[in-house]
Design a protein around this ligand. Structure first.
Ligand SMILES: Nc1ncnc2c1ncn2[C@@H]1O[C@H](COP(=O)(O)OP(=O)(O)OP(=O)(O)O)[C@@H](O)[C@H]1O
Length: 246
């Protein structure tokens, strides 16, 4: 595992789907070793941007570069909105799937420890179809965390969880990924303010990136932290102001 934490630069990035423009000449930066949070209305292009960073969507105009270019091909762990669990493999085997695909020796102890931390120790040997939606999402989270990469991209990783489990998973994820370059998409301003060391909103017509002032305190911030509560209110107000819904 590399101990570097790459910074990711987005430069003049344009995205069209079948001639339909989504965003144009977008530029921003996701700082190395920080937890970056990306918010924005449904359909604005957040998942597409994440897929472009992950190399899953071709770049036709503009570029995405890193100060450690090698990390962009070999050091990314990506968690999609859909859990993408393999139905034929147990939960434990799903978590260790990356090792198997790379023909590496799997670290069963690490996989089991992560599954325990996400509350799935009782279902190691069950299959995805036997799990609830929230359990499936935690299995996908465990698989993402098991990879131990320098860059972690997560698309709404806690969206299916009840509020208590969600808070616990936020805490665990923030602690485990400390010092890594993380980009996390969420619709939840509270989550953004608990976890964000760098918060951005994708919004407007034409779509632009807005930087949110940084919030005091180390992450994961406590739910009762007054800075979190004030920042959450400000962020929700900004999202409402930028909303194009009438
Ligand atoms: N494969 C595709 N082909 C055509 N259009 C697409 C495709 N994928 C996404 N789009 C369109 O691109 C736009 C941005 O989609 P994207 O999934 O990136 O948005 P999002 O901000 O992540 O939304 P959400 O918050 O609902 O997940 C939407 O209008 C969507 O319909």
């Amino acid at each position: 595992m590399l101990s570097i934490a790459p910074t990711i630069h987005i430069q003049d990035l344009t995205l069209n789907y079948q001639n339909k423009p989504i965003f144009s000449e977008l530029s921003t930066c996701f700082p190395g070793g920080k937890f970056s949070i990306l918010l924005g209305a449904s359909g604005v292009g957040k998942s597409s941007l994440l897929k472009m960073i992950a190399g899953l969507l071709p770049i036709t105009q503009g570029q995405i570069i890193s100060n450690h270019p090698e990390t962009m091909t070999h050091q990314i762990s990506y968690m999609a909105q859909q859990d993408l669990l393999m139905p034929w493999a147990t939960v434990l085997k799903n978590v260790m799937l990356g090792s198997k695909l790379r023909k590496e020796k799997a670290d069963k102890n690490r996989a089991q420890d992560i599954l325990k931390q996400v509350g799935l120790s009782q279902v190691y040997n069950q299959y995805p179809a036997q799990l609830s939606g929230g359990m499936r999402q935690r299995a996908a989270l465990a698989r993402t965390l098991y990879e131990d990469r320098s860059i972690i991209l997560m698309d709404e990783p806690f969206s299916a969880l009840d509020s208590v489990t969600r808070a616990k998973m936020q805490d665990y994820t923030a602690k485990l990924l400390k010092g890594k370059t993380v980009i996390l998409i969420t619709h939840d301003p509270f989550e953004a303010c608990r976890l964000g060391e760098h918060i951005q909103v994708l919004a407007g017509n034409p779509v632009q990136i807005y930087d949110i002032p940084s919030i005091q305190g180390a992450i994961p911030r406590h739910p009762e932290d007054l800075h979190v509560q004030q920042a959450q209110a400000n962020l929700l107000t900004l999202l409402i102001e930028k909303s194009t819904l009438s």
